[in-house]
Design a protein. Structure first.
Length: 225
């Protein structure tokens, strides 16, 4: 069975719910302030406590990890992430394992950072993930023909999920605002370019970003030769 993928969009922040033969997998979780909406979206898709088998977060930032503690508690879901972002979620410190000053921060990102508190994202609820995952981790035991790619750049522990059909969930390695895929916040440029080069060698058709609409990988490659 080809898994069904549902995009849950919270004002530019995406979570992806994957329905498999054995239950559900959620990729990223949004801010705590969107908890009620998240619950409704899960429920309408048939996802409830007991059948949410796994939550994978693409990295430790608040807008992706914000509902992990809640989902662990209420849904009994196991949370998976890369070890290189652990301190971010265990301490609620998004600067953990990052440079004091990122190599690149776009003006848009700066503005977003300034206005973000106006939207009251909610307090970071720290948690310990149930498992740490990295390059090559297979999601097939959860009924999802996909594997994990380690894609540092935005953070050290950023990961992507690539399906056998060529769909990539890229987290914040690439944003897609205003139809122009690119990265707004790069912690480490060398890591970022290495991750992009790695992606160019893979058979990727569509990219599902953490922010913005899906886009063809071809489009990103054309713009970043
Ligand atoms: Zn993000």
């Amino acid at each position: 069975m080809t898994p069904e993928i549902k995009t849950i969009n919270f004002g530019g922040i995406n979570c992806y719910l994957v329905k498999t033969d054995t239950g559900y997998i959620l990729i990223d979780t949004g801010f705590p302030a969107k908890r009620t909406d998240l619950g409704k979206e899960l429920e309408s898709a048939g996802c409830k406590p007991g059948n949410l088998k796994l939550v994978v977060i693409t990295h430790g930032d608040h807008d992706h990890a914000g509902n992990c503690a809640y989902l662990q508690g209420k849904y009994g879901a196991r949370i998976a992430m890369h070890a290189d972002d652990l301190g971010m979620v265990e301490r609620g410190d998004m600067g953990w394992n990052r440079k004091a000053k990122p190599d690149k921060m776009s003006i848009i990102f700066r503005i977003m950072g300034l206005i973000a508190p106006l939207f009251k994202p909610g307090k970071f609820e720290t948690f310990k993930p149930d498992l740490t995952i990295g390059e090559g981790y297979a999601l097939s035991p959860y009924g999802f023909d996909a594997q994990v790619l380690h894609l540092p750049g935005h953070s050290k522990g950023s990961i992507g999920i690539l399906t056998t059909g060529g769909e990539l969930f890229c987290g914040d390695l690439i944003y897609n605002f205003w139809g122009k895929p690119g990265c707004l916040y790069i912690n480490d440029l060398a890591d970022f370019y290495a991750s992009v080069e790695k992606l160019k060698k893979l058979d990727i058709k569509t990219v599902y970003p953490g922010h913005g609409k899906p886009f063809p990988m071809e489009q990103f490659i054309k713009n970043n030769r």
